[in-house]
Design a protein around this ligand. Structure first.
Ligand code: RFL
Ligand code: PHB
Length: 390
């Protein structure tokens, strides 16, 4: 089999790029390790920035997102028993974010790929890229007993943090930067009315919490937990009781609880791999970088990678202009590091760090107090949360 661009990974990054390139007449195949049902069972991002939503529309996938997604002009930060609002609209020059779940967005992308007859292979086992540093790369995968070879001009590694693509870049070329945080987020999805119309990020001495939502009947809540905790340690009742303890009283009093329909623990990590290109392999999304979810940047950082790659491939195939491909890694990394800085800063400001001393705790509280006392600081928060320009 031969295609122009072989994309490893059928998450949002891979599907979005294949859809955009297909619309420009560039032939792609997506090789996804798991079944569609499995990919759609993962509960992840909830907040999309304007740039991501724009890309969804350009990919002709924005209709349901625009109908069902909720525009949020701000969010709350709870601390010391009070709620303080971050007015995104006011402090970011009229911008907002869209609350629309990654599961729904991925479903929309799959449906769009189906509609155009895009090639998406599920349950592709042992996907392996070869000869990526030559002008004739190829990728093999196994389907049952059969090994299939895909010859291509370019390979995209959009296979997430645990994928195979990044590992195929030689160790003496790849530089990895990493910070692992000493806690995780325990997340619960429940079919209940959200406790608040806007998100609430909670800084509390017992640990961070987040009240988020997917719709007016579907809520998503998180609490900070030690890395040693297992999902089985947390009954629904224990989760709700702990969440209530961390919320201001007025909010806890109106929290609607119910059975969890999904419950999982995600460890928090910051990670960047450089460069994002090696020969004819280009990394995109979580395959190249991870942020802790505190600033809602992960999927939104993937969006700028896809935007740059999309335009670079169009310039390459339509005009013979390779400047976009050549400059991809540097351009993408410049924005990624800013998202890394913001996610790290939000995480450090809002979580409880077990090994901090009282002096450091005071500095942390002062950081938050400063944000709410300075218009300049508020603008910094707002412009980063709604997303820096691509
Ligand atoms: P994905 O979604 O991990 O998709 C990669 C795909 O590649 C497949 N794969 C392979 N395929 C073939 N061969 C292999 N060897 C393969 N290995 C893996 C996988 O099965 C998968 O289908 O990466 P992608 O597409 O780059 O998308 C990135 C986003 O998923 C991620 O950044 C966000 O979910 C992060 N994130 C958030 N981002 C936001 O922008 N806003 C948010 O509000 C937000 N909230 C979150 C989040 C992530 C979270 N978790 C669980 C990590 C909340 C949480 C709790
Ligand atoms: C979510 O709804 O899952 C969510 C929202 C905001 C974040 C992280 C996760 O910062």
């Amino acid at each position: 089999m031969k295609v122009q661009v072989c994309i490893i990974g059928g998450g949002p990054s891979g599907l979005m790029l294949s859809q955009l390139l297909h619309l420009q007449g560039i032939e792609t195949i997506v090789l996804e390790k798991y079944s569609r049902e499995h990919v759609l069972s993962r509960i992840r991002a909830g907040v999309l920035e304007h740039g991501f939503a724009k890309l969804m529309r350009e990919a002709q996938c924005g209709e349901r997102m625009d109908r069902e997604g909720e525009i949020h002009d701000g969010f709350e930060i709870a601390h010391d028993g009070v709620l303080d609002r971050v007015d995104l609209h006011k402090y970011s020059g009229g911008n907002s974010v869209l609350v629309y779940g990654q599961t729904e967005l991925t479903r929309d992308l799959y449906e769009a790929r189906d509609k155009l007859g895009g090639k998406v292979v599920h349950n592709a086992e042992d996907v392996t890229p070869y000869d990526i540093n030559t002008d004739k790369p190829y990728v093999t995968y196994r389907s049952g007993e059969e090994t299939i070879r895909v010859d291509c001009e370019y390979v995209i590694g959009a296979d997430g943090f645990h994928g195979v693509s990044r590992k195929s870049i030689p160790k003496d070329v790849l530089r990895e930067y990493e910070k692992v945080y000493p806690f995780g987020w325990l997340g619960v999805l429940s079919r209940t009315k959200p406790v608040n119309p806007e998100l609430i990020y909670v800084k509390h001495e017992r640990g961070f919490a987040l009240c988020s939502l997917r719709s007016q009947v579907l809520s998503r809540y998180y609490i900070q937990v030690p890395l040693t905790d297992k999902v089985e340690d947390w009954s629904d009742d224990a989760f709700w009781a702990e969440l209530k303890r961390r919320l201001p009283e007025s909010v806890a009093a109106r929290l609607m609880t119910g059975p969890s329909i999904e419950k999982s623990i995600a460890p928090l990590r910051s990670f960047v791999a450089e460069p994002m290109r090696y020969g004819r392999l280009f990394l995109a999304g979580d395959a190249a970088h991870i942020v802790p979810p505190t600033g809602a940047r992960g999927l939104n950082s993937a969006a700028s990678d896809i935007y740059y790659l999309y335009h670079a491939f169009v310039a390459h195939y339509k005009k013979g202009d390779d400047s976009g491909l050549d400059g991809y890694s540097q351009k993408a990394l410049a924005r990624i590091w800013k998202a890394q800085r913001f996610s790290w800063w939000m995480t450090m400001m809002l979580h409880r760090f077990p090994d901090r001393n009282p002096y450091e705790d005071k500095l942390q509280s002062t950081e938050l107090a400063y944000v709410f006392s300075s218009e300049a600081a508020m603008r910094v928060l707002a412009e980063n949360y709604v997303g820096l320009p691509f």
